[in-house]
Design a protein around this ligand. Sequence first.
Ligand code: ADP
Ligand code: MG
Length: 708
Amino acid sequence: VMGVSEGKKNAVTIDSAHADQAKVSETFSEIQAARRSLPAFKVRSELLQIIRDNQVVIVIGETGSGKTTQLAQFLREDGYCQEGHMIACTQPRRVAAMSVATRVALEMDVKLGREVGYSIRFEDKTSECTEIKFMTDGILLRETITSSTLEKYSCIIMDEAHERSLNTDILFGIFKNLLFARRDLKLIITSATMNAAKFSQFFGSAPMFTIPGRTFPVQTIFSRHPVSDYVESAIVQATKIHLSTPITSGDILIFMTGQEDIEATCEGLHEKLSEITARKKLESSNLSEVDDILILPIYSALPADIQGRIFVPAPNKRKVVVATNIAETSLTVDGIKYVIDCGYSKLKVYNPQIGLDSLQMVPISMASANQRSGRAGRTGPGVAYRLFTEDSFFDDMYVQTIPEIQRTNLSNTLLLLKYLGFSDLMSFPFVDPPPEQIMLSSLFELWTVGALDNFGNLTKLGRQMAAFPLQPALSKMLLNAAQSGCSEEVLTIVSMLSVPQIFYRPKERQEESDQARSRFFVPESDHLTLLNVYAQWKANNFSSAWCRRHFLQFKSLQRAKDVQSQLSMLMERKSVPIVSSGTDWDVIRKCVCSGYAHQAGRLSGLSKYAHLRNGMEMRIHPASALFGSGDLPSYVIYHEMLLTTNEYINMVTAVDPFWLMDYGLLFYNVSRRKEDEEDITLYAEDRRQPPKDSIDLEIERAVMKKEQ
Ligand code: ADP
Ligand code: MG
């Protein structure tokens, strides 16, 4: 714990590569001065008054005005943490929850995890004395299971509500009732201007409070021609800015869609500037374009300490922050003058007709584009370069991003709602109701995995599944494994599937790392490959040096270990036995099959599979243990599908068609079932329509029709 003397330095760790730019750190008094200069600080007392007078308040303010970092502190100072009460502040993103908690702990001069903490799935950094808890909205939703009135909280701040994340939307519906039961509970919804009026209306005309803020004009420049490679264009644009303006004029923020294009942009930009510097050196000029720039990526899978670097001041250098849409509203980096926007983002999209979830690259909305541009005008006039044409802005972009609830698979959410006792989902107060097709398709999926009975009620299995913070496929697999005697192994697999990137594949050592990876392969299964990696890591005493040698991400494995221990505690609490199958790995594959029977494919032609239910053509992802095998199995199940130029299936396991018959009884039939398994062919008997006696589903359908 740090001392309390004013003026002491708060250490900021910087990795050795940046050690040259000194250990820059803010003093406590500097931090307090910065706090006082925020727009939110100027309206502190009015804000607290309106919260005292109302149960629900919508707080609107420009990004960077201090909503996220200040509001919870104001409330604490105003006495909302007395008698052991806590203040909750939800974030749609894990990165934001961690980053903001770290910042607020620093501002309050306390150790993270004590008075200020955070809680995200599988990671709880809070303690007995925590007063302000930052958390993902998913965690708060889960907390309503164990504490339906959320007793321990005096205030709940739903931050970034304009993002309309699925969990935030669901929480709104739950709060609608909860606010009656808890008259003393304060609900504060913070939002950028979009959607604010809608929230106010939803909560019975709750007052809207706007934090006045000052922004500067931003000049937006559209691309004149359609851009074919936005990574390349972004590199060119950033280089141009860097070379043509003094570095003190301002920093650059580049919006990309995810880890891959962010890394490509960072590397490309570094390369380009190195080349230029090298050329200049030949011409014996002593300018060094690459040394005075600091290129900083930010995306969710990035370790927290590296994420923190974007906030470290870098005097005499130009920062280039390359970010996902997390920098759109959640995180504010001061000093940005130039924005470069690729115009796309990655969205999870669900197709209810074929029952498939996929991650897709889609054009952002106009609202997002404007929000992104606005990031250039926080501290002075700025410029936003859009890597798309003005025509595509008006023709290809929606005015607003479609809320998640209207475009993703809802089976997990509906399972939770049923578990919470909302038996009639149609009467649930949605801010915007999901489309009927998605609703039905998600209910149908729950029914096919056995979580709902024919009347739409939760089954025993469904109740058990709801208790686990996992996708239905994974919780089903885990529960099945407990009965089949391999839950220890399946627990490891599930934990490994819940963390990002196990294998490390640096650009310059791809071949070497691919070889290292292939040494772990279990030829018939990526799931078993994961199990194998974990088992060997364990046999090597969970060593980090061992991970480095084998091109494995130590941090990810460590996280998997944490997830495993958390899930095993949950299993113990729910009396789900943890048993090992020893050397018998076939029973594990069978359990894996039980979770994914609805996501199966049959070999059709060279290295291609046909989706068993809809015939869609799928290829095995190059990273899979099965990729390139000369002897591909006839039937496989897969964990996820990626839509790029081809349909790739990722995390694949070979299965016996008889298992598919057993677990996928609702979908599949067999043309000939002989003892000789070579001789059978499964075909889809895809009964998208629930059977006649599925009354509840039918009723819900009818009610939905009527309401429209
Ligand atoms: P809002 O939620 O209204 O968008 P924030 O509370 O996130 O605003 O940010 C207020 C100010 O705090 C901004 O100037 C931002 O740059 C600064 N800030 C936020 N997080 C950090 C951090 N981790 N390090 C340094 N400054 C930060
Ligand atoms: Mg914020």
